[in-house]
Design a protein around this ligand. Structure first.
Ligand SMILES: [Zn+2]
Length: 262
């Protein structure tokens, strides 16, 4: 229907600036949540000279290019992560609207993906996943499943429970077998959250993709001597990556995998 088509196109076009603006806020979350700082006060300021940043120097992506990646006052370089997170969030928002249309499910997924972006970069920086970003989000996923039935509520509850149990068991096994901490409590909460939003099937796909991607990258980094065997590589970013893969192509992956067994 042409009516639907134009709504879809307009939403897709609007999802990009929305993602850029939200991505800009996610950058604030990534910096401030692990430092226990307020997300609202003070306003944006340069971490180097502490000068406040005017609105026209704070436009996602545009200001970074306009300022050539440097603070207007002190000329300190602006971290490349700021435009990366903005662009990444905009890309995820666009993909979600194109894939799922304009639905309640889409709104729920935009929240879910935003949280995953914040978790990914906090875990990369600090090696932790703050509970505030996972535990309160789990019931939101479960309540959303009551509204959208995608996944059905029963599958969402099973996803949350099995997800937590799965990481817990693997973590205990790895500690006994390799005498090394591989996954932590933050990862337990994270996979539980993924299960609540995606259901147990896609939760399993997320975990499988995370383990394979994590193992490949770890081996590559150890082989190229960037990391040593003793370095702890955060698992949260791989779980987040797995969740994104599962969300968009998980059903196809399940069909392909089951097809291998006839
Ligand atoms: Zn500055």
């Amino acid at each position: 229907m042409p009516g639907n088509l134009s709504l879809q196109s307009v939403s897709a076009i609007l999802s990009v600036p929305l993602g850029l603006v939200v991505g800009s806020f996610l950058n604030v979350c990534i910096w401030r949540i692990p430092r226990d700082e307020s997300l609202v006060f003070p306003g944006s300021h340069c971490p180097h000279c502490h000068g406040s940043i005017s609105w026209y120097d704070n436009i996602p992506l545009v200001s970074f290019v306009w300022l050539a990646g440097r603070c207007r006052r002190c000329k300190a370089p602006i971290h490349w992560r700021y435009p990366l997170v903005e662009g990444l969030t905009a890309g995820l928002y666009l993909m979600t609207v194109l894939h799922f249309g304009v639905t309640i499910r889409t709104a729920v997924l935009l929240l879910f993906l935003s949280v995953l972006v914040v978790i990914t970069f906090i875990d990369l920086d600090h090696g932790i996943i703050p509970h505030i970003l996972s535990l309160p989000i789990i019931p939101i996923g479960l309540v959303a499943s009551l509204l959208t039935f995608d996944p059905p509520p029963r599958e969402a509850v099973m996803g949350a429970l099995v997800g937590a149990g799965l990481v817990y068991l693997v973590a205990v096994y790895a500690e006994v077998a390799f005498q090394q901490e591989s996954m932590g409590g933050g990862d337990v909460n994270l996979l539980s959250m993924i299960g609540a939003f995606l259901g147990w099937r896609l939760m399993l796909v997320s975990f499988g993709v995370a383990v394979i991607a994590g193992a490949c990258l770890s081996l590559a980094l150890i082989a190229s001597r960037v990391l040593s065997r003793k370095d702890r590589i955060p698992f949260g970013p791989f779980l987040a990556l797995g969740a994104v893969v599962a969300l968009f192509v998980g059903d196809e992956l399940i069909d392909w995998y089951l097809g291998l067994f006839g």
